[in-house]
Design a protein. Structure first.
Length: 118
């Protein structure tokens, strides 16, 4: 009798401790009915695609689901190919605060960093 080995699929997106902490903070203040936050890449900006993080109230069938200690991060199923292998971080300094992405799939980005192209 042969044993079937299953390989654990790696997460499509790597979250830093800072990103996980920010997701926990967002979920602590989430509106009623929110089941997590969702990362998507809508078409906008001068380079074509942008990163967008919003509360989500229902899981879509093709969304990637990443469990964190403070809540669930959903990644839009239509955006996942643009994000595989990326690292998501939360960065704060004296002037700005926001999620920052290190995306190996991005071929370029606009000067202000709001959008990217693949």
């Amino acid at each position: 009798m042969s044993e079937v080995k299953t390989r654990v699929r790696p997460a499509a997106l790597i979250l830093t401790p800072g990103a996980e902490a920010r997701i926990a903070d967002l979920m602590a203040k989430a509106p009623e009915g929110a089941i997590g936050v969702k990362l998507s890449t809508p078409r906008r900006g001068c380079s074509g695609l942008a990163y967008s993080v919003d509360y989500v109230t229902e899981a879509k069938p093709f969304d990637e689901r990443i469990e964190t200690p403070g809540g669930t991060l959903f990644v839009d199923g239509g955006s996942i190919l643009y994000l595989v292998g990326s690292t998501m971080d939360w960065v704060e300094d004296d002037f700005t605060a926001g999620f920052v992405f290190n995306n190996p799939n991005a071929k370029g980005s606009c000067g202000c960093g709001e959008s990217f192209t693949v």
